[in-house]
Design a protein around this ligand. Structure first.
Ligand code: FAD
Length: 89
């Protein structure tokens, strides 16, 4: 899903993403894989400061929930991990 698609849903409801890079046309997975930053980096930190959990699909097809409390090593390695740990959904 593109950040632009998320914004299309949430902006009319009065919400906005806490961090957006210079283009809206990046995917959620790409935003996690590069732990992107925006113009408010000094206040809000990077995109993944606001990610509570994601599901990681490994190349063998297994799925694991990753968060600071569930599989924390996988969570940390996937953030800014350039997709090397699998596909985040
Ligand atoms: C005009 C422009 C402005 C930009 N401005 C900024 C900015 O202000 N701040 C900033 O931080 N970055 C910025 N970027 C960089 C951009 O935000 C990152 O390169 C972002 O990761 C691109 O996401 P993408 O969805 O296009 O992913 P891709 O370019 O397709 O992939 C980027 C990386 O993410 C991995 N990846 C993609 N999807 C997944 C997934 N589902 N699961 C696991 N890994 C995945 C890929 O393997 C690859 O390593 C900018 C880019 C452009 C073109």
């Amino acid at each position: 899903m593109l950040l632009s698609e998320i914004l299309d849903i949430i902006v009319p409801k009065g919400w906005f993403l806490p961090v957006t890079p210079g283009t809206r046309f990046v995917t959620l997975g790409g935003a996690v894989a590069n732990d992107v930053h925006g113009k408010n980096h000094h206040r809000a930190g990077t995109f993944c400061h606001h990610v509570r959990a994601f599901e990681l699909v490994r190349s063998d097809g297994t799925r694991r929930l990753c968060s600071p409390s569930d599989n924390p090593d996988w969570f940390a390695a996937t953030i800014g991990g350039l997709g090397l740990t699998g596909l985040d959904k």
